[in-house]
Each structure stands twice: as C-alpha cells, then as structure tokens.
Design a protein around this ligand. Structure first.
Ligand SMILES: Nc1ncnc2c1ncn2[C@@H]1O[C@H](COP(=O)(O)OP(=O)(O)OP(=O)(O)O)[C@@H](O)[C@H]1O
Ligand SMILES: [Mg+2]
Length: 369
C-alpha cells in the first residue's frame, strides 16, 4: 500500500526537455491515468517512478519513502509495458510462478495464485504451453499476470492492452478496473486512448509537452477543462474551438454568431475583445428554420454513426462538427443550408494567447455544485 508523490520532477535528454518540473500526488489505492498525445512524456514519467530511468532533477516518494535514485528492485513496484519480454525457455505457468518462487512462496500457494490470475486473464488453458506459441494478446496477458501475482505496492502499466483487438480490450478494461478496485493497489496506467481513461480512471493526469495540464476525475476533466488543450483532447469528436470577437454580449466570427449570457460574462469577469470560444459537437442545436441568436451554414459532410449523425461544416477555414440524433438530423443532406445555435449555457471561453479557460460552460456550475 503506497501513496506516490512526485515533486518538481524533471528529465531532459541533451537539450530536449521530456518532462518539465511536474508535481502530483497519487493517493493510496487510487487508479490514475497518464493521458496525452504521443511524445508528451508519459512513458518517461512512468520509467522514473519505476526506477528504470533517473530524473535530471526532482523527487519521487513511494509510501513516504524517498526512492528518487533507488534501483527498481528496492521500490517494490510491478510493471507492464507495451511490449514485454517473457522468459521464453519457461512455460506460461513458470512465467507466472517465477515472481512468487523467488519470494519463497510455497508451491501450493503459488499454484493457487497462478491459477486465480490465469482464470482472471482467460489464459488458464495456456498454462502448460511455451510462451513462443502464444498470440500477441495472450503473451501480453501473461505479462500482466506476472505483474498481478506479485505483491507490489504500486502497479505501473504502460499501454498494456493497446495491442489487443477491440473486443478483448473492452473485456480487459472492465477486468482490470474490477481487479484494481478489488486489490486496492495504487495503479498508474499510461494511455493515449481517452475512452480507456474516461471509463477506468479515478483521476486523469492530462499531459502535453512534458507538463501536466490538469489532474482531476474524468467527468471534471470533460466538463471543466483547465485549458483549450484539455478541452480539445478529451471528447470525440473534439470540442469545436473558434477565435471570436466579443462585444455587447455577443460572440462573432465570419459566418458565426452566438448570444452569451451577460450575467455569466460578468461573473467570470470576461472583458470584450478577442477570445477563443468552445462548444462541443453534441451541444449545437440544428434546425431547418432560422434560430434566434443563431447562424446559418452549409453542411459539407453527413456521416451516419448508428443512433446519431455526425455533421461537418467549415467556419473560418476550420472543420466544425455537430452530433445530432438521427431522428432529428436524417432529413439533412450534404450541401443543405441549415440553421445552428450555440446555446449560451454550453459555451466555454479560452484565453486566445495562453489557452487558459476563462469561463467554464454555465451548465457545469450545476453539475459541479
Ligand atoms: N532516451 C531518450 N533519448 C532522447 N529522447 C528521448 C528518450 N526517451 C524519450 N525521449 C523523448 O522524450 C519525449 C517523451 O517521450 P515519451 O516516451 O515519454 O513519450 P510518450 O508520452 O510515452 O509517447 P507515446 O504515446 O508515443 O508512447 C519524446 O519526444 C521522446 O522522443
Ligand atoms: Mg509511451
């Protein structure tokens, strides 16, 4: 059982800064995701927590113990990486049993533990086989199993299921989430799949350019993003963000207009001028008739997505997306003129220069009261 505390952790490679002075604390038993685009520093941070890579500066504590420069074997962390090396001269059973054997567990206790973990991971029927005969997905589950059988204080997983097919991945998500709660073990899971993070995490550290942009529960990250990067990274398709001019309670850009709530603007101390406006694709209203306070555009692409249609138009040279239920949007075709409205209580405002969130959408005040 252990809390993970990271203070001003820094790592550079020559001139290049991979991880820039990040600080956070992961509570004992918490399931935390590092989420961010390729190259943002997720693996580098995880490797420093594991002890596989030394920091350039900063401090790492596990369970209150300073482990910053300790070797991995003195940290009691369990790890799974995207590609794992199994012991190829040993069977699956022996691969799983090995971490227990070196700890001196009795053979009956070892067998019970290995069988339990193998059942959980649906690899019971491979236990007698050599690891060379396994599919990629099976081999990855053996690697996860090897971490699970150990009594580590902290589990570290770097995209452990991203190679698996969609069905198995969905199954593994649910199983890993269940198992993590059951074991109550502090776990850090690296992913660039936001759905994985949203569905499994207690809290998500959204990273970009070697820095943590926001560290909060999934719904908070989604509803109340700290900046335009987080707003754009979380959500499928991503939030529409448009530079606008704000005057007299109205936001305008070429071909776009939205009436804002003057109380909301005042409460958030928003001054007139240039800002970035954000609205999620699911929050735009669509109509065949003009909408008061709305704008008019031409649909360029209509994509059916089962119960919804995804509609694309362009504004200021960028794609803008809207998602509407099929019943409401089925009659619209590519090339149709349509009327849209961005409802005042679903609009976000970001600082145009820094991307910092200036005003969260008003509806979130109620959902996060
Ligand atoms: N040993 C190294 N030498 C030089 N640069 C490195 C080294 N390891 C990592 N980097 C760089 O540091 C940055 C962060 O890498 P890291 O592997 O942490 O990214 P990541 O967030 O895990 O990305 P991905 O999602 O692609 O796995 C990248 O630009 C990478 O090229
Ligand atoms: Mg990585």
């Amino acid at each position: 059982m252990a809390e993970v505390r990271v203070e001003r952790l820094h790592r550079s490679f020559g001139e290049f800064t991979a991880v820039a002075d990040i600080s956070f604390t992961i509570a004992d038993g918490e399931f935390v995701f590092f989420l961010g685009p390729s190259g943002c520093g997720k693996t580098t941070t995880l490797r420093m927590i594991a002890g596989l890579l030394m920091p350039s500066d900063g401090r790492i504590e596990l369970g209150g113990r300073n482990v910053t420069y300790l070797k991995p074997r003195y940290r009691n962390v369990g790890m799974v990486f995207q590609s794992n090396v199994l012991y190829h001269h040993l069977s699956v059973y022996e691969n799983l049993a090995y971490p227990l054997k070196v700890r001196g567990l009795s053979s009956s206790a070892t067998r019970a533990k290995v069988e339990e973990v193998a059942a959980m991971l649906q690899i019971s029927d491979t236990l007698r086989r050599g690891t060379d005969s396994l599919s990629g997905g099976q081999a990855q589950r053996v690697a996860i199993g090897r971490m699970l059988v150990r009594d580590a204080d902290v589990f570290l997983m770097d995209e452990p299921i991203s190679h698996l097919d969609a069905k198995l991945r969905a199954h593994m998500r649910a199983e890993l989430r269940h198992l993590q709660k059951q074991l109550g073990r502090t776990t850090v899971f690296v992913s660039h799949d936001q759905l994985e993070a949203m569905s499994m995490a207690d809290r998500i550290a959204v990273m970009n350019n070697g820095a943590v942009q926001q560290f909060a529960p999934p719904q908070e990250v989604f509803d109340r993003p700290a900046n335009a990067f987080v707003a754009g990274f979380v959500g499928e398709p991503q939030m529409n963000i448009l530079p606008v001019q704000l005057a007299d309670g109205r936001a305008q850009a070429e071909g776009f207009s939205a009436d804002l709530d003057t109380h909301w603007l005042a409460r958030n101390r928003i001054s007139p001028g240039a800002h970035d406006l954000g609205i999620r694709p699911e929050h735009l209203e669509l109509s065949a008739h003009p909408l008061p306070g709305g704008f008019t555009t031409t649909l360029e692409v209509v994509e059916p997505m089962g119960p919804e249609n995804l509609l694309t138009f362009t504004l200021g040279g960028r794609d803008f997306k809207l998602r509407r239920p099929t019943g409401e949007s089925d009659r619209f075709r590519e090339g149709d003129r349509v009327h849209l409205r961005a409802p005042a209580d679903h609009i976000y405002l970001f600082d145009h220069a820094t991307g910092r969130t200036l005003a969260q959408a008003a509806f979130t005040d109620r959902s996060h009261a």
